[in-house]
Design a binder for this molecule. Structure first.
Ligand SMILES: *Cc1c(COP(=O)(O)O)cnc(C)c1O
Length: 372
């Protein structure tokens, strides 16, 4: 039996998303217990204690299906963001929302536009439903502020007759580059209202640039806009899987048609709700990240290496040589980072900003490895 031949054409051509190596597996392999994982842009502080407590309490009720409408969480998001509950789509991570967009609006004979070096889920979601990916070239490597960043001109030029969705990661992973308010607004003004524009703001809470757009405020100006956010990154709840999309209510209604009825579990909803209420934890996480980025950049500069300027909670470092052996050597020292060759960066590694001590562990190991 050749099952591959039976799969749809889109699925046959897919390369699976590579998650970071699990810490338990590495420790078993090395026989150590003190490794650090800086590979998946998780919050090194973990979630708010209030979120953990809420998840624990909700765990008592897991015999029951969760609230399929996420009523309480949507109410809280609505109050926080000034967006009506009908505009909110909850997802099993924001990844789920990206998938819902693809399933509702893409398919054979249609295309999605995104940038070179953009988040890996966009090509997967697009191809999985048999749609075509139109990949726009990124800004050049020597660009003054956003090397390898999204080129909004190129993205606009890539939109074709069959395009139904444009994905913009702001900031993008793995580059950490971002698009500013004026640029994004001008892009949306130009884009046909019949093409949906997904602005993926998974790292929005980390960004401190004054010109960074809060796209959620533009939902009424641009009915074709979909903003996605997540509790996986600054809120430290990656393992529970909860994210959301903000859109025109009619778009939300269409996403709701293809959504699994219970896509966000009860402990996840409870934890997300509590996390929203702990703004001090978010501020602490952002401050730790700012200091960590400075720590990493200073040391990487000291090693004579370059990096892509990042406003996220990660830094993609140019090693000036194939990154594979460096990645392996770091693993042997108990440090897990992320190779990004699949993003078109064979000489780079992406490191998540950890605690000061975790960053120091990474830097110590990197210093040893690059000296060899
Ligand atoms: C991590 C990430 C996401 C979201 O992940 P979820 O855990 O599914 O919410 C979305 N977009 C980008 C660019 C990311 O890096």
């Amino acid at each position: 039996m050749n099952f591959t031949a039976l799969a749809t054409e889109g699925v046959r051509g897919l390369t699976p998303y590579e998650p970071g190596k699990p810490i338990e597996e590495l420790e078993r392999e090395l026989g150590i217990t003190d490794s650090v994982k800086l590979a998946s842009n998780e919050n090194p502080l973990g979630p708010s204690p209030a979120a953990l407590e809420a998840a624990r309490r909700a765990a008592a009720h897991v015999a029951r299906y969760p609230d399929g409408h996420g009523f309480a969480l949507k109410q809280a998001l609505s109050a926080r963001l000034g967006v009506a509950p009908e505009c909110i789509t909850l997802g099993n991570g924001s990844n789920d929302v990206l998938d819902l967009v693809a399933r509702a609006f893409l398919g054979p004979g249609r295309s999605a536009v995104f940038s070179e070096h953009a988040f890996a889920v966009y090509p997967i979601a697009t191809q999985a439903v048999g749609a075509r990916a139109r990949v726009a070239p990124a800004l050049p490597a020597d660009h003054h502020s956003q090397p390898h960043g999204h080129d909004l001109e190129a993205l606009y030029a890539a939109v074709a007759e069959d395009t139904r969705v444009v994905f913009i990661a702001n900031p993008n992973n793995p580059t950490g580059t971002w698009v500013d308010r004026a640029g994004l607004r001008a892009f949306l003004e130009r884009l046909s209202p019949e093409v949906l524009c997904v602005v993926d703001e998974a790292y929005a809470e980390y960004v401190e640039e004054p010109d960074y757009p809060d796209a959620a405020r533009w939902l009424t100006d641009f009915p074709n806009l979909i903003v996605t956010r997540t509790f996986s990154k600054i809120h430290g709840l990656a393992g529970l899987r909860v994210g959301y999309g903000l859109s025109h209510p009619e778009v939300a209604g269409l996403l709701n048609r293809v959504r699994q009825p219970f896509n966000v579990n009860g402990p996840a909803q409870a934890a997300a709700l509590a996390a929203l209420g702990d703004e001090a934890h978010v501020r602490r996480s952002r401050a730790l990240n700012r200091r960590g980025l400075e720590q990493l950049q200073a040391a990487v500069r000291g090693l004579g290496l370059r990096w892509i300027p990042s406003v996220g909670n990660f830094l993609t470092v140019d090693l000036g040589r194939p990154a594979g052996p460096v990645y392996e050597a770091l693993l042997r020292r108990g440090v897990i980072v992320r190779p990004v060759a699949n993003y078109g960066f064979p000489n780079h590694l992406r490191v998540t900003v950890g605690t000061e001590a975790q960053n120091a562990r990474f830097l110590e190991a990197l210093t040893e490895v690059v000296a060899q």
